[in-house]
Design a binder for this molecule. Sequence first.
Ligand SMILES: NC(=O)c1ccc[n+]([C@@H]2O[C@H](COP(=O)([O-])OP(=O)(O)OC[C@H]3O[C@@H](n4cnc5c(N)ncnc54)[C@H](O)[C@@H]3O)[C@@H](O)[C@H]2O)c1
Length: 330
Amino acid sequence: MANYLVVGGAGYIGSHMVRTLLDAGHDVTVLDDISRGHAASVPAELLVRGDLGDRALLDELFTQRRFDCVMHFAAFAQVGESVQEPLAYYRNNTSRAVELLDAMKHAGIDRFIFSSTAATYGEPVRLPIDEDHPTVPTNPYGRSKRFLEQVLDDCEQAWGLRSVRLRYFNAAGAHPSGEIGEDHSPESHLVPLLLQVALGQRKDIAIFGTDWDTRDGTCIRDYVHICDLAKAHMLASEHLAAGGGTRTFNLGCEEGTSVREMIDVARKVTGHPIPSVDSARRAGDPARLVASSARIRSELGWAPEFDTPEWIVRTAWRWHRSHPQGYATS
Ligand SMILES: NC(=O)c1ccc[n+]([C@@H]2O[C@H](COP(=O)([O-])OP(=O)(O)OC[C@H]3O[C@@H](n4cnc5c(N)ncnc54)[C@H](O)[C@@H]3O)[C@@H](O)[C@H]2O)c1
């Protein structure tokens, strides 16, 4: 059994990771400032409330406890906001993470798992996107993440940090128990927005562009279930624990789902008509974003189990129906 520090563990993806680690019998400490997460999403006794850039807090934490591995989920993650407030993104996603890495260096911790993103690639020049695709991010969010990947390369050269960078495509779904799930404010992800319509909290769902060069004219994205994401982190951690070196892996299911297809699935699962409104294209949206995850499948044996849109929406619906106001419900 290992001892993990999960930074940003009270967020959507982090809280599912914490649950997965605890179910596997590991020791977990969560560091989260709750700026965008929810204290109720993790066991209270595991939560250290604080900023990942607070060096004194980090040093104290690393002196008190011996961590085998740090998993880093904490970041701001809204593309539009990053365009409006780029410095907030470079500060939170890059500079503060540098403090975390420096504290790890001083504490002698050399295993790091990083939540990176498809946004590091920018406009796709070929599909599916594999890890060797050029990385030309088109917004400050993507750049703030790509910078950190480059910082990780330099740390490896300088002091032997080993990292796994997991570039997620669209994380979606909820824990099958219905006890934890997605609760972002404001919400920008398609699945929770659809379910908010089904709950009567929104009138309809806007479809941004219906004339794309895709099978039904709407954008195609690659959705990966949150539990499959967590499983990939477990495999990444085992890889590092066995002495494995730095790797970068995409996490997607290789199958794209169009906006209209996801709307139809949500209608079927919820039994609600979910009205949609055809709207203009948004600037900067690529028509299709689909990952090749061949590398992690062959190197680490990752095999998504919950990769159907039905399962994604069904588990998300269980969470949203029992928590219509998110964590504020309970
Ligand atoms: N959700 C997706 O589809 C998606 C896709 C690609 C990449 N990612 C990446 O995955 C990670 C997690 O995403 P999420 O959807 O769970 O986001 P989230 O906002 O739900 O979780 C982020 C957590 O980090 C915490 N946090 C932020 N800044 C902090 C700081 N300075 N100190 C301490 N805690 C801080 C927040 O309070 C929150 O609990 C992010 O790094 C994001 O960039 C997410």
